[in-house]
Design a protein around this ligand. Sequence first.
Ligand code: EPZ
Length: 427
Amino acid sequence: MDKIIIEGGKRLSGTIPISGAKNAALTLLPCALLTDEPLTLRNLPRLADIDSFQHLMTQFGVSTSIAGTRPGDFGRVMTLEATRLTSTTAPYDLVRKMRASIVVLGPLLARAGEAIVSLPGGCAIGNRPIDFHLKAFEALGATIEVANGYVRAIAPDGGLKGGKITLPFPSVGATENALMAASLAQGDTVIENAAREPEIVDLCGLLCAMGCEISGQGTSRILVHGQNRLHGATYKVMPDRIEAGSFACAAAITGGEVTLQGAASGDMEATLQALRDAGVAVEEVKGGIHVAADGPIREVTVSTAPYPGFPTDMQAQLMALLCKGVGTSVLTETIFENRYMHVPELNRMGANIETSGRTAIVHGVEKLTGAEVMATDLRASMSLVIAGLAAEGETQVHRLYHLDRGYERLEEKFALLGAQVERVGEG
Ligand code: EPZ
């Protein structure tokens, strides 16, 4: 397993490209299952999760190819072709490695009339059930069986029928599964209390490019007019708003000045507002966002919430920034039940954070000190890197595979900004 060694205290400055969004790519890839024509996705980030998803797709008989890219390029072009499906089963050994695999349920069910997917189980940040997904499929006429650690969804004879789906919570994954299933259902589907995330809008953009008729994307009520078939398309993945927010926090904690090339400020207003409230200068510039911090980081009070609220995927990174602030900040995590695993590790670096249930109180400190720390989940790992950039001395972040799931060539991007960051194999 690799680790990352950071020599803190370097002020970040310069420009980095923002990669394609992991959480958009992971819902665009399974759309290939909805058609027998080629689907080409551009600006795919080079991430472990994307590689895992590509491997998963081959399990169903999907052919995949990656267009030639130069070693220094960020992003990739991948073409997927599901001319005919040879399997509708997503096995345990693949799903357990990447719970996002669950979004193959909808497209397999819609295209082949059946899907058998290993239950994803929980993960470090929470139990993460899929009951909303299953109820959505039942609203389209599917029957659901859960046994032996697998869920089996079967479409009625003649295929899925459009219907009314009301989500108890604006679940991102459930909305994605419902959209892909509804795209090939007969008739119209309404999704009430749908997730409004930009990644949902990106998915609807692709489905429409493939011939589906969708309206209301980005609002809580989405209408889908199902099609008999969808055709192939070429589509560019949206920029990653969480990667952009993460690098903004990294620049700010070092008192730096960074331009995030390709970042879409319209997708990240709550994140940018929190940064401004913390005293960080954030400005939309041509083709990106400019972030500068030359004053103290001020205390803020932020609760995570479904989009357009402050994203839960930015909570750990903002917390790291606030550790070295003045005053006392209050963060509340309302989406996942166990998303404070970065706290004990940040406290080992000299932070002063108390948690009680879903709330974390961050007492700003003058100084953070480098330490050996352990990554536990993707976004917690990034918060440790952010703290390490501003800590005195050396920080070693172990279990780097967590970071590789969501940040494309992280150490190269930090090096472009003048950070002293090195990846080392741990054997
Ligand atoms: C997506 O996860 C993202 N993952 C997560 O990003 C992100 O944190 C989350 O949305 C919220 O924005 C991908 O897009 C691959 P949810 P998802 O369904 O779809 C509960 C990252 O770091 N729930 O919106 O799984 C669930 O337990 C990852 O990039 C049910 O109870 O999130 C959670 O408490 C982490 N039943 C809440 O809803 C269900 O059927 C939100 O989950 C589904 C969800």
